[in-house]
Design a protein around this ligand. Structure first.
Ligand SMILES: Cc1cc2nc3c(=O)[nH]c(=O)nc-3n(C[C@H](O)[C@H](O)[C@H](O)COP(=O)(O)OP(=O)(O)OC[C@H]3O[C@@H](n4cnc5c(N)ncnc54)[C@H](O)[C@@H]3O)c2cc1C
Ligand SMILES: *[C@@H]1O[C@H](CO)[C@@H](O)[C@H](O)[C@H]1NC(C)=O
Length: 501
């Protein structure tokens, strides 16, 4: 079914045309990708650059209007650059991001992306003595970008559509096509303008996002969601610290604010399931935003926030957790949000996706895997993929879940850890550079996360014991055991979820 050895005797340009005909007339390619979102577009271009013939199926090529994927961490920008797609961040009115402003009960702490902690150091970097004055002069500080998701997606799609080795088709994938001979997945069935059609590839790559229809083909567990992010778009909001993401912590679950365009600022408000102040009896989400969230925001933000409540339609997305799993199905791989999700608090999803594309396309390059329908070789490389991606993704996954638990603290022990966490940030230096380097996708060492997490826990315990009256100290020492236990309960399940295959 595949024209596998055509490239052996045809000149490249002819070969390329022939493959384009093969895709467009016969719907045959080296790879079929389902979903032209963050992962799908990037992987299509990466494989196309390697000379693979790629078909991408996307159910709607219209500019998406979504509240997800609006802040790309520096580690994601770097991966985008490696993929040759960095210019997709241009001409979309993107805003530079230098770090975070964490506001804890009104008190601010600036958390800048660190300049001197990357793992990929050059010799020149090593020769430079790193004093504080040198920071940002010899080495540029890493930058993130925030933007309207739809504009960025359209840029990525244009790259895929303009690629001579990629064909993008507006079609909704409905079912896998399996070989009747050995059951191997050989492509997908899709609806194109209401008609059913089939598309064949040596490898079928599913990247159909958080509500994946095809995930069930490789696993039985479902994503877990305990809260939603509700979204507002603020117009001309006055942010305390421009060019920074804002995290607002207080009595309730966290609120995020970040500029996504010259005039627009996104507010994401985390609302846990069954929150009394957002119940129907209490007036629903709108009442919660007005009565509970608005008063907790910095005064300068309130006017634009209140205006948005009145004007904007309320939208929400589930905040899901789905641990990664190894792809073991012949002819099929499921990647992106379809395979692995973490709480969006730390804005890690796109950074994971782009870094996964870099790793995946290296492991499956024509040098490593000459033919994508070579099942044993692909499965072997997917095993490597599962473990090699951990240095970056396990850090982002665990950190997102653990930070969310602390930031949405709903009991005394978690509150103590939350206070400890903010206190830890205020210590500055490595107590900021470490955690934010992990969050930004710059530090790829799971142990560093482990270290900082328990440093926060011990610091929290120290604050807890030493606060209050001396008489209460013995009691607090007993209480500190509960705080430490809580820290373990928060982090170990997520660590274990990363260790399974
Ligand atoms: C509230 C929220 C906020 C977030 N904020 C951030 C953030 O600030 N930064 C960040 O990095 N990440 C963020 N994320 C995560 C990020 O959005 C995802 O990790 C990322 O979009 C995943 O990319 P993907 O390609 O797997 O899925 P998507 O980008 O969702 O792409 C899936 C594509 O598949 C298409 N599709 C689906 N089904 C079919 C079908 N049957 N046939 C054809 N096409 C199909 C869809 O139309 C879509 O285009 C956020 C997530 C949430 C929930
Ligand atoms: C497309 O694929 C051909 C091989 O078929 C390769 O020679 C060429 O470099 C690829 N084009 C691009 C733009 O990467």
């Amino acid at each position: 079914m595949h024209v596998k050895n055509a490239k052996d005797y045809l000149p490249d340009s002819l070969n390329q045309e022939k493959k384009a005909r093969q895709r467009d007339l016969h719907h045959e390619a080296d790879a079929v990708v389902v979903g032209a979102g963050i992962f799908g577009c990037a992987v299509a271009v990466a494989l196309g650059n390697q000379g693979r013939s790629v078909i991408v199926l996307e159910r709607s090529l219209k500019e998406p209007d979504r509240i997800v994927g609006e802040l790309l961490q520096p580690g994601g920008v770097a991966a985008l650059e490696k993929l040759g797609l960095r210019d997709c961040l241009e001409e979309i009115d993107a805003v530079k991001v230098f770090g975070y402003d964490v506001i804890y009960y009104g008190e601010e702490c600036r958390i800048a992306y660190p300049a001197n902690v990357t793992d990929e150091e050059t010799q020149e970097d090593k020769d430079v003595s790193r004093t504080d004055e040198m920071r940002g002069t010899r080495r540029k500080r890493p930058e993130g970008r925030s933007f309207h998701h739809g504009r960025f997606i359209q840029k990525l799609r244009q790259k895929a559509m303009a690629h001579p080795n990629v064909s993008v088709v507006e079609a909704t994938a409905t079912e896998l096509v399996r070989s009747s001979y050995n059951g191997q997945v050989v492509g997908v069935e899709a609806k194109v303008n209401g008609e059913t059609d089939s598309f064949f590839g040596g490898l079928t790559i599913i990247a159909d996002g958080y509500a994946s229809k095809f995930r069930k083909e490789i696993r039985t567990d479902a994503p877990v969601s305990k809260s939603k992010f509700w979204a507002l778009e603020l117009i001309d909001a006055k942010l305390p610290m421009p060019n920074h993401g804002h995290v607002i912590l207080g009595d309730g679950a966290p609120v995020l604010l970040y500029q996504i365009g010259t005039h627009e600022t996104r507010a994401l408000i985390d609302i846990p399931e069954n929150l009394p102040s957002a119940s129907i009896q209490a007036g629903g989400v709108k009442a919660h935003l007005k009565n509970v969230v608005a008063p907790s925001l910095p005064a300068q933000v309130r006017p634009s926030f209140e205006a948005a409540i009145e004007k904007d339609r309320l939208r929400s997305m589930p905040n899901s957790f789905l641990p990664p799993t190894t792809n073991k199905t012949p002819g099929l791989v499921v990647l992106g949000d379809a395979m692995n999700m973490r709480h969006p608090l730390t804005g890690g999803g796109m950074t994971v996706a782009f870094n996964d594309v870099v790793l995946f396309s290296n492991l499956l390059s024509p040098e490593n895997v000459p033919l994508l329908d070579d099942v044993p070789l692909v499965l072997q490389q997917m095993r490597s993929f599962h473990w090699q991606r951990k240095n970056l993704t396990s850090v982002i996954n665990i950190l997102a879940q653990a930070l969310y638990a602390l930031f949405a603290a709903d009991d005394a022990q978690l509150k103590a850890l939350q206070m400890g966490c903010f206190g830890y940030f205020k210590l500055g230096g490595n107590c900021i550079d470490g955690p934010v380097g992990l969050l930004a996708g710059i530090i790829r060492r799971p142990f560093v996360l482990f270290y900082h997490f328990f440093a926060v826990a011990l610091y929290a315990i120290w604050i807890y014991i030493s606060s209050g009256s001396v008489l209460a100290m013995p009691l607090r020492m007993i209480g500190s055991v509960a705080v430490f236990w809580k820290a373990c309960v928060v982090i170990f399940p997520y660590i274990f979820s990363e260790l399974r295959s």
